[in-house]
Design a protein around this ligand. Sequence first.
Ligand code: SF4
Length: 496
Amino acid sequence: MSQELYKISKSGFLKYDQCPKAFFLYKKFPYLRDPISKEKQLTFNRGHEVGHFAQQLFPGGVDASVDAKGANEVALKTQQLLQNNITTIYEATFVFNSVLIMVDILHFDGTKWNAYEVKSSLKISEVYVKDACLQYYVLKNALPLFSDLFLVTLNGDYVRGDDLELNKLFKKRNISSDAEKNLDFFTHKVSEINLMLEKNVTPEIAIGKHCFSPYACDFTGTCWKNISNEKSVFKIGKSDRDTLFNWYKSGQDTVDKIELTNEIKPHIRIQIECIKENKEYFNSLEIKKLLKNIGINSCFMDMEVWSPAVPKYKGHKPFEQLPFLFSVCHRKNGELNYYHHLISEGSNDIKAFAVALIYALEKFDNVVVYDKNLELQVIAKIESMYPEFSKDFEKIRRKIIDLSDLVQNFFYYNPKFNGNFSLKAVADILDETADYNKLEIQSGITAMYKYEALLNEPNPIIKETHKQQLIDYCNLDTLTCLKFYEYLLEKVREQE
Ligand code: SF4
């Protein structure tokens, strides 16, 4: 089929709702779209996997998207399936008034059709409701005997038994009455969009808070390209966006144009002054106070966790955060020594993980981490599962020293942070970024998905490769933490 049946897809509509310019660029200049990040792609993939799982709520259906090339063909195939009296259709696709929607599950109960839109989430957000209301608008107009639309999410209270019970794993919420009230809104919006497409002129919309809400726009590479000045106000972190945009709109678009009034909070002032003069901020007193607690017999630690949307093991809930890897590093006589523990064989052996962790840390006086929140959450989680380790974990808790306190409290600041205070930003100041770039895994989210891939991988050679990639990533996080400590220590010595 050559001619497109539709002009507005569901994601196109949501883009328009966020920013008409984003929709226009998406339709007319799709090549300007920013490359999709690995993390975003992995999150999409997870959404699809949960969608496939949910299809089994209505088993035996036919997938309209199989073997179809493009959305037009899926829409035509859906019509054929309806004519053939198929009563459950996955990826059912309809077009009305130039709008195309794809429904995860469409089911005929003998008298009427109901639609089910699956979200890989525990909660229903405003955007999900809007997205579902658009589907309702199209179905109401394009499908005779259509009755109700349900949003299907994962049930946070569900605890997995030996087998998955799909009817308990998923929750359905009927959003038809909300959608019914919004039918006129969609008619009006769709006319607005069609008019804009007819005019064929890029809407003049300046950058603003809408570039990040509800989603980070994928045209920032185009609209924000002139904001790359290294002294841009947008390099300031831990500031509310209103303040930054107010400065920007009033012509104070770089830090050297900002008037340093008394109202400016100390942590913003530190950033402005350091970015302006391209210098570090170093509060020797506070830094020394923290570093003096890190003795020679200290180790550096990092942990990785995953939170499977669909619980893989008995006794766990959807999205429950579970540890799978820790790495410990320490320097002895100039030599780096590493130790790690990875849960890798498909059983969720958290008890063995706990024993390995206690064993690895008991010989050290201090355990240095960067942002202790994750480690403390993991320890609390394991403790709730195995209270017999409480005393050991209490000892570990007392040993933990968090280097990120220095950064988060602005006792140390470097303009290279660019408003980001994570360990990866610290790696930038240590010139460690090149080491991360060499790795297959470069973020905690990618590590999480790689771990899922490891558990599902049947090939032992590929499995080993995944394992090594995870260990390399965790080791590098640990090493970065150690190098940051040594960097600060060196600075303290220089000042003495
Ligand atoms: S970057 Fe901002 S202004 Fe540009 S299209 Fe996206 S939301 Fe609109």
